[in-house]
Design a protein around this ligand. Structure first.
Ligand code: HAM
Length: 453
């Protein structure tokens, strides 16, 4: 026997002493994550289109690597003493006992793919770009998310400073296309030949000032002294201005590379700022490093990268010079909003299809499909009754024409075409509506073009 449940019946009274029904708490976003709602997508599309335009202009092919990789790929590539590996990776052991991490950046995974797919046998340089989501368990704050989007460009197999120059030019072209004023910061962090002496000079300098350093910098002094130059704490930051500079320690090869880079950049008349204290939070860099800063007060880092000639060999692959950079979409979009950059509006539909009554609605469903197949962008509101209400929606959407299908039109085999600008209505043969609509849309388009000329 089945039990019939009456949903509308009043709930049974709660017996004295019985537990109260639990309040259901609606699910919430994980901290540091965000939803991208439909109203936001025009910003994302704007940036994505620029990334793709530059990838085409500079001949980069797209590569997407998995979001999950073995954890030790990242610790080997990024460095075990970096904040990313020490504190920020989302890592876990899966059902097979593999130690996996959500990627905190693209470079390590793309380098793995280059080795694994034998891309050294392809004509060099190999130029690859990516666009997707990365994860870092950072303290959430403005421009810092735990899941964030990056675009990423890498050039493999080209050791000369021309590759560094072209990437910096690509970055400049990208921000130019986004209409964002930026400051490009450039430095060189040397190589394993000359960096140890610089590292020692930094340790000697900071050791005498240990008492004023923040707790993080005291640790960095032991483990990663270059990162002291990057500390935002006031007391530590004040010491940077008198700290030793890498330029005084360059080996011949690093010096030559840096001079060449600056010559090339001067040749193409690119505006940049030499920043002797620019270091990056990742260990794989050798020689060139650069960042793109927003020109606001916060100087938020919109993109950053550099050369990393030893990574391939360090990962067990064939020695291959490499250079690349990545940019953060959330930060760039934030900058676009702050600067009020005009972003193209989403494409609006050409037509609105209004229907009155059940029979007309049935016909309208079919007509919608016919128009869609012919490439006409139509919107509708099949769930709404009442012509007034439907035309209000059409108005709000900014369509040029509304089609109205009521009982009478249905019986006559006709449909009303209403010009939403001047309210003039015409009755046309339902069978010819697609061509009639196309004719009117074309006429409308050419009238716009001729007024614009
Ligand atoms: P990165 O500087 O760590 O470099 O990140 C690149 C960009 O990603 C940053 O400039 C920033 O815009 C954005 N970003 C980083 N972390 C966050 C976050 N938590 N929330 C929002 N945006 C963020 C790299 O990742 C290197 N793999 C770049 C590279 C490519 N170097 C060589 N090739």
């Amino acid at each position: 026997m089945s039990t019939i449940i009456d949903n509308k019946a009043a709930p049974p009274p709660i017996a004295a002493g019985a537990a109260k029904p639990k309040k259901i708490i609606p699910p919430q976003l994980v901290r540091g994550m965000r939803d991208i709602l439909p109203s936001e997508w025009r910003y994302w599309n704007f940036v994505t289109q620029q990334v793709e335009a530059q990838a085409r202009a500079y001949s980069f092919g797209r590569i997407e690597t998995p979001i999950l990789e073995k954890s030790n790929l990242f610790s080997r590539a990024i460095g075990t003493t970096t904040d990313i590996v020490e504190k920020e990776m989302y890592s876990f052991v899966d059902q097979s006992g593999d130690h996996l991490s959500l990627r905190p950046e693209y470079t390590a995974g793309v380098a793995r793919a280059y080795i694994e797919h034998g891309m050294l046998s392809l004509p060099q340089p190999v130029k690859l770009y990516s666009l997707g989501q990365n994860f870092r368990h950072e303290r959430p704050q403005a421009g810092r998310y735990r899941q964030f989007w990056q675009f990423n460009f890498e050039v493999y197999g080209e050791g000369s400073a021309t590759a560094d120059t072209q990437l910096i030019l690509l970055a400049a072209a990208l921000f130019d296309g986004l209409k964002l004023p930026v400051a490009i910061q450039i430095n060189s962090v040397g190589c394993p030949t000359c960096r140890p002496a610089y590292r020692q000079a930094l340790v000697d300098y900071y050791r005498t000032k240990r008492s004023v350093l923040c707790e993080d910098c005291k640790r960095r002094l032991q483990r990663n002294p270059l990162r002291l130059l990057d500390c935002k704490q006031e007391a530590c930051h004040a010491l940077v201005q008198s700290a030793p500079q890498m330029v005084d320690f360059f080996c011949e090869v690093c010096k030559h590379h840096f001079v060449r880079l600056l010559e090339y950049l001067d040749e193409v008349e690119l505006a940049y700022q030499l920043n002797p204290y620019l270091v990056r939070g990742i260990d794989y860099y050798t020689r060139t490093v650069f960042e793109v800063w927003g020109q606001d007060e916060a100087r938020s880092v919109l993109a950053g990268g550099g050369r990393y000639d030893n990574l391939m060999a360090d990962l067990g692959g064939p020695p291959t010079p490499a250079v690349g950079f990545g940019g953060g979409l959330e930060r760039i979009i934030n900058e676009l909003k702050i600067r009020d950059v005009a972003i193209p509006l989403p494409v609006t539909p050409d037509l609105f299809l209004a229907s009155l009554g059940e029979a007309a609605r049935k016909k309208a469903l079919k007509l919608f499909e016919d128009l869609r197949r012919q490439g006409v962008l139509v919107s509708e509101s099949f769930t709404k009754d009442g012509l007034k209400h439907q035309l209000e929606i059409a108005n709000r959407l900014g369509v040029k024409f509304a089609l109205v299908l009521g009982q009478k039109e249905l019986m006559d085999g006709t449909i009303i075409v209403r010009d939403m600008e001047n309210g003039i209505q015409e009755i046309v043969d339902l069978k010819k509506v697609v061509s009639e609509v196309q004719k009117r849309l074309q006429a409308h388009q050419s009238s716009i073009t001729s007024t614009a000329v």
